[in-house]
Write a protein that binds this ligand. Structure first.
Ligand SMILES: [Zn+2]
Length: 461
């Protein structure tokens, strides 16, 4: 009897361990099997894309951007649309990490728990996804950016719907260039610059510095200054683009006076500047629809006095993700509270819906309503009296700020413009970056203007 008991104990333990392992496996199978099945290194898919029976990806108007037919993944018949939407839709590979086809592969692939991916052909059909983008606005962005590298974002600052999320360089997912890895023209082509890149924000950052001043003192916009074309801070020069003469904060933003905002930065101090930058999304990654943006950086802890002064005009080591710029601009348009963007308007699967909402960022108050109103007045003044409202966009009433961010000593600069429309029927915030465009006014504004005109047509047609 004693012998039997001593032998049965290990058997009991082994049996328990077996069932514990089985339960663990079953739970994992149910929760993760669809992901395992569509992993690109799954041997069963080695000669396939896993997208042969995937559902459709459509734009806001129902234009089909990607679909599967006869065991093949196909894309919109218009090559320009294919290239314009590449970074949002993705291609057959998983190289573009923030693309819908990469992030929602298992949902699109038509994985079925009973049949796995080996489902009978007659039953195969993945879930469809409808996006918020308009492929015609994407086309306008592709044309507007031309041969430049860059990114364009336009989104509704009331609903969050992204109308345009474009990035260049791009390529045709149906005829992927063979020299993509070696040809310099395609460098960084897998990157969606709108959400995954960061750049010096240049003068667009003056909005953050102005915000810091207005949050401290609501009358700060009256601060006067005599610009002589530059000033000396920390023993070195801070130069202006022009001699602005006697100006207040309205004039300083309109003429983009570096000396004004550099001196204001030093007056405010590192703590106040850092705190406002953080309120405006610096130091944080935004999350929406499965996308996580690059982190924007404002760190003046090691800056000397002159470098700190430059940080307030968006130079020094300040870096910003284009999506962060669009989001902080949405807060100015929206009474101080930012709006979280959305790329997906409808999807079939509840599993994907969970992935979509996991960790999604929440709207935040970035500044007081009073400060937002004052910044809006200043951007309206800059647009009307310096850029020209028709030059910005004939179809919409735009408030804006440009930036020309120097990236090397030879004067090469990135060209930015950010802003928003005040039209009730088209409440759009935007940010456009043209790499090495050298002038926010001459290069970034015309690009943004063409995209915004297309956006107005999209809303009003
Ligand atoms: Zn100046």
């Amino acid at each position: 009897m004693r012998n039997t008991r001593s032998r049965s104990f290990p058997v009991l333990m082994l049996t328990l361990a077996f069932f514990a392992g089985l339960i663990y496996f079953m739970v994992n199978l149910v929760t993760h099997a669809s992901e395992w099945a569509s992993m690109p290194y799954n041997g069963h898919l080695s000669d396939s894309t896993g997208l042969e029976y995937a559902g459709e990806i459509k734009d806001k108007n129902g234009v089909v951007l990607a679909y599967s037919k006869d065991g093949k993944r196909l894309y919109n018949e218009d090559e320009e649309i294919r290239r314009a939407c590449l970074h949002v839709v993705g291609d057959d590979s998983v190289n573009i990490s923030t693309a819908i086809q990469t992030m929602y592969r298992s949902d699109l692939s038509g994985y079925n728990f009973v049949f796995g991916l080996g489902m009978p052909d007659s039953l195969k059909k993945g879930g469809d996804i409808t996006l918020t983008i308009d492929s015609e606005v994407q086309r306008a962005a592709l044309r507007a950016l031309g041969d430049y590298r860059g990114a364009a974002i336009v989104y509704n600052y009331k609903t969050g719907d992204i109308l345009c999320l474009a990035s260049t360089p791009t390529y045709d997912p149906m005829n992927k260039p063979e020299d993509i890895e070696t040809n310099e023209a395609y460098e960084g082509a897998y990157l969606n610059r709108a959400v995954s890149a960061t750049y010096a924000p240049g003068s667009t950052f003056k909005l953050v510095t102005a915000q810091a001043a207005l949050e401290k003192d609501s009358e700060a916009y009256k601060r006067e200054y005599d610009c002589t074309g530059g000033t000396e801070i920390g023993g070195r020069e801070i130069n202006c683009y022009e001699v602005s003469g006697h100006i207040d904060m309205f004039g300083a933003l309109r003429e983009s006076c570096n000396a004004y905002f550099a001196e204001l930065t030093v007056e405010l101090g590192r703590d106040a500047m850092t705190a406002q930058a953080q309120k405006c999304g610096f130091g944080k990654r935004w999350k929406f629809d499965g996308i996580t943006t690059a982190t924007s950086v404002y760190d003046v802890s090691k800056a000397d006095e002159n470098e700190f002064a430059w940080s307030g005009v968006g130079q020094y080591t300040v870096l910003e993700c284009p999506m962060n710029m669009a989001i902080r601009t949405s807060a100015i348009a929206n009474g101080g509270v930012c709006v979280i963007p959305e790329l997906i308007s409808k999807m079939d699967s509840s599993l994907a819906d969970k992935l979509r909402s996991d960790g999604k960022s929440s709207p935040e108050r970035m500044m007081s309503q009073q400060t937002a109103e004052k910044l809006k007045e200043m951007m309206d003044d800059t647009a009307a009296n310096y850029y020209g409202k028709d030059y910005l966009c004939p179809e919409l009433d735009i408030c804006a700020k440009t930036g020309t961010a120097e990236i090397s000593d030879d004067g090469t600069a990135h060209a930015w413009v950010t802003g928003f429309s005040t039209d009730e029927d088209c409440p759009l915030a935007f940010a456009v970056i043209v790499e090495r465009g050298n002038s926010g006014y001459q290069v970034a504004i015309p690009a943004a203007s063409a995209i915004l005109s297309a956006a107005a047509r999209s809303y009003r047609s």
